[in-house]
Design a protein around this ligand. Structure first.
Ligand code: VTB
Length: 330
């Protein structure tokens, strides 16, 4: 941060903070892993939050949390609006989820992750903690090939045509929720297969970027708005398209829409609306998933697997780390 002019430019913060954000997702994943399979969602959340916060205080820039913890914890260090890092100014925007998929982790199911995004200042969309309808596909397709203004059938057919396959060859990832009953019927009627997931729509969206490996072509459905921003940041780095539309269900949601000064609730947000500049995205597996292996522990040693991607350079690193848990993390 002590550079001439005192400014952190786009390239700088990515280079400076790549390992810093991975250390923070690793620490959160290791802490959350102590609660894997123990039926204690809150315990996992709190442990991950504390561990991530401690690491993020050491980030060599000043970051403002734009998408953060939603206030259920007494630990306010990573709430939206909080300042993190060593720099005193607001150099970068931060979005984070110390434990995405706390119920997955509590039940020891797949795809629980710890996630952080560091983005250029004032480039992340601030969204209320409500639901967001989402559609996402991976890279290599014409912009606007699919969209929330079209039916699932139209979107599936458009993607199948662009891939030169039949609609039957398309697999759509959807959160397993009763609210998706009609969507599931429509997708099946269109001929596509569905992979239902219990939680973890950030991982679901990222899986569209590597269809050969994951078997997932498209992500559809309603999940958290915060997860939408983090998923958009992942696609900013890995390539791909996402659209999101906020969903107001009741008066509480309406109050939040006012509080967050959202002018048009029907607006369809594109990837650029959700994240308009450079970003780095880091995630560490807590439990095993399509994307990453989960934490493994053996005696005083533990291993983690992380992915860190930079939009400005297109680099994608998979980092396998051995941790000696008898020594404190620093
Ligand atoms: C999704 C899922 C998350 O919240 O965003 C979901 O990806 C949405 O809320 O892992 P509901 O659980 O109410 O459907 C999570 O499950 C995190 O809580």
């Amino acid at each position: 941060m002590n550079r001439p002019g005192g400014k952190v430019d786009i390239v700088d913060f990515g280079r400076m903070c790549t390992m810093g954000i991975v250390r923070a997702t690793e620490a959160a994943a290791l802490a959350a892993a102590s609660f894997t399979g123990r039926g204690d969602e809150m315990g996992g959340d709190e442990a991950a939050l504390g561990a991530m916060a401690a690491q993020l205080q050491k980030l060599p820039v000043g970051g403002k949390v734009i998408v953060g913890e939603q206030g259920y914890s007494d630990n306010k260090q990573l709430q939206a609006g909080a300042h993190i890092g060593e720099g005193s100014k607001h150099d970068a925007d931060i979005a984070l989820m110390p434990l995405e998929g706390s119920s997955i982790n509590a039940r020891s199911l797949s795809n629980a992750l710890s996630v952080i995004v560091i983005a250029q200042k004032d480039t992340l969309l601030r969204v209320p903690p409500i639901y967001m309808e989402k559609i996402a596909i991976g890279p290599g397709f014409a912009q606007g090939l699919v969209g929330l203004d079209r039916s699932p059938k139209d979107n599936i057919e458009a993607l199948a045509k662009a891939k030169g396959v039949d609609a039957r060859d398309i697999t759509v990832c959807i959160l397993d929720r009763s609210r998706h009953g009609k969507l599931i019927e429509e997708v099946r009627a269109a001929g596509a297969a569905i992979r239902l997931i219990g939680d973890g729509d950030i991982a679901g969206v990222i899986q569209t970027t590597d269809t050969n490996e994951t078997g997932i072509d498209m992500y559809l459905g309603i999940g958290g708005a915060d997860q939408g921003i983090l998923a958009a940041a992942a696609l900013r780095c890995a390539g791909g398209q996402i659209e999101g539309r906020l969903l107001v269900r009741d008066k509480e949601d309406q109050k939040l829409i006012k509080k967050y000064e959202i002018p048009d609730i029907s607006k369809i947000y594109t990837l650029n609306d959700m994240i308009s500049g450079d970003a780095s995205f880091a995630a560490t597996g807590v439990t095993d998933g399509y994307l990453l292996d989960g934490v493994r522990k053996a005696g005083s040693k533990a291993s983690t697997q992380s992915i860190v991607m930079r939009a400005s350079t297109g680099s994608v690193r998979i980092i396998d780390t051995i941790h000696d848990c008898s020594l404190s993390m620093s």
